[in-house]
Structure formats: structure tokens, C-alpha cells
Design a protein around this ligand. Structure first.
Ligand code: PMP
Length: 355
């Protein structure tokens, strides 16, 4: 088996993949594939209900919030958030912490005025801006909790006088969050939750219906809420695998338990990077991500041979994003700590060979 450090679609628990593959042939003894039954069948409705219930339980979603499973990826939410929450003629605040945040704010410009309240662009997004003011007259403030490409992560969420909209695509369910602090949370599934093809949306109901604009059905959170994420045919397989992954997470002790594992995994890996003379972490120490660990080599000419050795040892997916270079080890929920130790072993072996 490979040690899968891919940034996304990322590693899923092996037992989930096994169960999912069985359901493709014979879903729960029905004699039919999960892929060939009606999404309105009681069997699939039970899957969707369980997926929603697991999200609510694992994230302690309070009353007054709706949980949706939509299509189009997080990138569609870049547009749907302002479409549904930004009133005609209104303004939204954005914190620019990377390419994804930038794409989100660009989409918001189709719907109103955008105020970028802080940006770390000048430092190639290696840190998270902290001292910024939240404009009281904005409809919401948009943040990205974890910046997948740069390996930075908001360590603590802030209290805000206006609703907080958060792209949690790359750290959803990796740590405890207080959903009540947010107006809208969205996340493409393909890192910590399931396969590509479904996007989780958790929205505070009272924020909806206030923009003054007409919204086409598929793009309207209200329609999706009323349709129970089944206004049209939902991505049944992606929802099923997400449900299995959430069940796996629950069996592991839920979000508080996985958070502790994630803290340990990140600590041992950053410790090695800090200790090993060949490697250097990219992100500001206080903003280091516990999901995407980005690092470069002191001598860039050693990157290729290191990658080769890592591949020989079964380590895959560690090549850094092209805009950062170097390496990125994504250590999502499903990555066992044994894989982190396998990477550390290779780093030490390589350092020994290149003294
Ligand atoms: N936001 C973040 C933080 C991401 O990491 C990604 C994808 N890697 C996206 C948004 C875009 O997600 P999607 O491909 O689901 O549109």
C-alpha cells in the first residue's frame, strides 16, 4: 500500500473504500448497485438522512442551520455565497490568504462590492493576516480556514459582528469548530470528507432570502433546503462515500479525537523539518497548517533525488503546488501516523546520504 500524501482528492480510509466498492456491486443486499437505484428510494433516502445526521452530530450543528450536499465543488460556492447572502448594492469583506480566497472574492464581484480587508499576497501567502478591521456595513466576511497550497491555517476563529462565511474545504472535520460562530460553512468533500463530486454546505437559515434578487432554483440555498438536497438528482455515490467516511470518523471518537491525532501528526512532521538540516518549512511558524505541510530544501538541486527516493519508499503526492514549489505533505484525517513516520524515515535516510 502507498503512503498517500496527495492534496486532494486525498486519502480516504481503506475500510470506507472497501465498503463503497461492495455497494457498487450490491448495495445492502438489495441485489442492485448503489449506482442504479433511485435517489428517491427509501434506501438512498436513508443514506442522505444519515449523512446529514452525522454532519450535525460530528460538528454539533445548532438549531437554525441547514446541512446541504450540493454539486459543483467549492468553486461553485465562491459564487453561491454572494449570490445568496450579498444584497443588491451591498458589500462583502474578504480576507485574501491564497489563490482560493482570491478566486472566491473574484466571484463575489459579480454580485456586489468587495472589500479586501487584508491580504498576504505580497509574501506569497506564507502567513495569515491578523490585524484587520471587520467593516460593520458589510453583509459578511469571507475567510479560508486552511490554505491548501501554502500550508497556512487560521489557528483560531474570531468573533465577528457580521456573519462569517468560511471555505473549510481542506480542514473540515479535522478540528473542533463552533458552528454558531459562522453564517455559512462550505467545503468540497475531496480532502477530509469523501470523493470529489459533492460539496458540504452548512448555512444559517435566518441569513437567507434577504438579497432582494431572484435566484435560479439550483443556485438558491432555499430551494436546496426545501428539496432536502434533492431538488435534482444528487451525487449519490459521493454522498454515500462521504456518509461512510463520517461514520468512520464517529467510530474513531469524532472530531475531538481526530483533532488530537492531527496535532500529533503535524507536530512530529514539523519537528523533523525543523531539525533536519536539509529541509525548511515554508509557512510562518504561528500559522502552520495541520493539514498541508509545505516545505522546501535548503539546496533545491536535491529536490528531484529526494522525490525519487520518497517514491521508491511508497510515498506519493508530496510534490508541492507549482506556485510554491518544493514539497507538500497533506496529512488529512485518513492518513495514519505510520505514513508520517514513513516520510520522516525517508527524510532522515536522505539527510544521512547527503551529509
Ligand atoms: N478552496 C480550497 C481551500 C481548496 O483547497 C480547493 C481545492 N483544492 C477549492 C476551494 C476548490 O475546490 P473545488 O475543486 O471543489 O471547486
Amino acid at each position: 500500500m502507498k503512503h498517500n500524501f496527495g492534496a486532494g482528492p486525498g486519502i480516504l480510509p481503506h475500510e470506507v473504500l472497501k465498503q463503497a466498492s461492495e455497494a457498487v456491486i450490491d448495495f445492502n443486499g438489495t441485489g442492485l448497485s448503489l449506482l442504479e437505484i433511485s435517489h428517491r428510494s427509501k434506501e438512498f433516502e436513508a443514506v442522505l438522512d444519515e449523512a446529514v445526521a452525522l454532519v450535525k452530530e460530528l460538528f454539533s450543528v445548532p438549531e437554525g442551520y441547514s446541512v446541504l450536499f450540493l454539486q459543483g465543488g467549492a468553486s461553485t460556492q465562491f459564487a453561491l455565497a454572494p449570490y445568496n447572502l450579498l444584497p443588491e448594492g451591498g458589500k462583502a469583506a474578504y480576507v485574501e490568504t491564497g489563490v482560493w480566497a482570491n478566486k472566491a472574492l473574484k466571484e463575489a464581484k459579480y454580485f456586489g462590492q468587495v472589500q479586501v480587508v487584508a491580504s498576504s499576497k505580497e509574501a506569497n501567502f506564507t502567513y495569515i493576516p491578523k490585524d484587520f478591521e471587520i467593516p460593520a456595513d458589510a453583509a459578511y466576511i469571507h475567510i479560508t480556514s486552511n490554505n491548501t497550497i501554502y500550508g497556512t491555517q487560521l489557528q483560531e476563529f474570531f468573533k465577528s459582528p457580521i456573519p462569517v462565511v468560511c471555505d473549510m474545504s481542506s480542514d473540515i472535520f479535522s478540528r473542533v469548530v463552533n458552528v454558531a460562530d459562522f453564517g455559512l460553512i462550505y467545503a468540497g468533500a475531496q480532502k477530509n470528507m469523501g470523493p470529489a463530486g459533492v460539496t458540504l454546505v452548512i448555512v444559517k437559515d435566518e441569513l437567507l432570502g434577504k438579497t432582494g434578487r431572484s435566484i435560479p432554483a439550483m443556485f438558491n440555498y432555499q430551494t436546496q433546503i426545501e428539496g432536502g438536497s434533492m431538488y435534482n438528482t444528487p451525487p449519490v455515490f459521493a454522498i454515500y462515500v462521504s456518509m461512510l467516511t463520517l461514520k468512520w470518523l464517529k467510530a474513531k471518537g469524532g472530531v475531538p479525537a481526530i483533532e488530537q491525532e492531527n496535532i500529533t501528526k503535524a507536530r512530529v512532521l514539523y519537528d523533523e523539518i525543523d531539525r533536519n538540516p536539509l529541509f525548511k518549512a515554508v509557512a510562518a511558524v504561528e500559522d502552520r497548517s495541520k493539514m498541508n505541510v509545505c516545505f522546501v530544501m535548503e539546496h533545491p538541486e536535491l529536490e528531484k533525488p529526494f522525490l525519487k527516493l520518497a517514491e521508491e519508499r511508497g510515498i506519493v503526492g508530496i510534490k508541492g503546488h507549482r506556485s510554491v514549489g518544493g514539497f507538500r505533505a497533506s496529512i488529512y484525517n485518513a492518513l495514519p501516523i505510520s505514513s508520517v513516520y514513513a516520510l520522516i524515515d525517508v527524510m532522515q535516510e536522505f539527510a544521512e546520504k547527503n551529509k
